[in-house]
Design a protein around this ligand. Sequence first.
Ligand SMILES: C=C(O[C@H]1C=CC=C(C(=O)O)[C@@H]1O)C(=O)O
Length: 443
Amino acid sequence: MKHPLRALTVDLGAADLGATDPGTAGLASALSVPDAQCWIRRGEGQVGFGEVARFTTSGPDRFIEAEDWWKQLVLEAEIRDEVEHPGTGLLAFGSFAFSKTSPYASRLVVPELVVGVRDGRAWATLARGDGIVPTPEEVRRAVVRTLGSGEGTRTTAGAAPAAPGPVRLGLGALGEQRWMDAVAAGVRRIAAGELEKLVLARDIVVEDARGIDRGGVLRRLTSAYGDTWVYGVDGLVGATPEMLIQVAGRTAQARVLAGTLDRREADGKGLEYAERVLAGSPKQRHEHEIAIQSLTTALEPFSEAMNAHDEPFILELPNVFHLASDVRAELADVEGHVPTSLALINALHPTAAVCGTPTSVAGALIRELEGLDRGPYAGPVGWLDAAGNGEWGIALRGGVLESATEMRLYAGCGIVEASDPASELAETWAKFRPMLEALGIER
Ligand SMILES: C=C(O[C@H]1C=CC=C(C(=O)O)[C@@H]1O)C(=O)O
């Protein structure tokens, strides 16, 4: 990048992005553009196209290094913003490795064009790296060119579903029996008093000889899992129900999940049954308590005030019910500034919902028992803006494209002393279901 970035955000009016493309209105239609980066929930969020800057890193300081890079980029940039709400102005999408020892390249990517919808209004930001400030007309032209007069942007949107083809499921690092053995070993270590909770994950590989339709997977996730945050950052895609931290000005919010019931197991019995089985189970309540504790303890030093409801609620998703708690905090100044969303994820990750308690013991045991590099799975995924606002979900219920025809999917379970390996294995299948269905596999 020879010049500092120059960016302009313009208001596009009421969110009928479909005006240029009446057949496929809404942000989700933009997902057909190859390699679009995205963050969408209930039709709102943002989609990024092209790229004007990228930072990659790994290791224990990945969040701090990314924050330093972003702060410098923003300091040098010229940003004009006619909209001014979280997400407008310059924006980066990001994905971080779960582990400080992972070779996965944690990244921040600044798209050339970002189109967003918030509170029913659409906006767009164009960023240029050639030293020229974009004009409002240029931003609008870029939106029309990218989203479409249609040509080239709807390769698969609206097309009839491809005929069922040779989609195959392959084993991951551990087969089912070896993974259940790992869970049993984890339970023994918990019973021996080494730790309180451990999250063990496993992987499977989906192979589609016709090629994985990334845009199609994302669109199917947005329509079937509207209550989750659908993310796509390079090859990492998924639909997470868990919010690590959302920062808008001084307000931070998180959604902590732990405790799961497969809807197939609930057998159509609905919410009341889920409440009885989840909220009424000491095992599930214990698992959930540990996850809440780990988040609130880590958030405390950054907060002036914090509230979390005493009673968790039941989050109803198409595949599972979860025991869930929303936490809200008013952020305190740290060294004269409100902490950015990246500074917060540096302190919060990994929570007990994806690692365990105590963190360092659980982290070491994960490395010993899983036999797997989690890569970006269970790491933070999301976006941040120039003011430090951002939304970082935990990259769950997703997968990583490993080639044009292969995607590796990940799912894990919180293990406590009362956990049963076969039930945990069944739970991983329920957690794989959103991605399997989006990839065209019924299981
Ligand atoms: C680790 C995962 O889920 C976590 C989030 C919600 C509920 C969980 C559980 O009940 O075990 C897990 O802690 C996953 O989906 O891969």
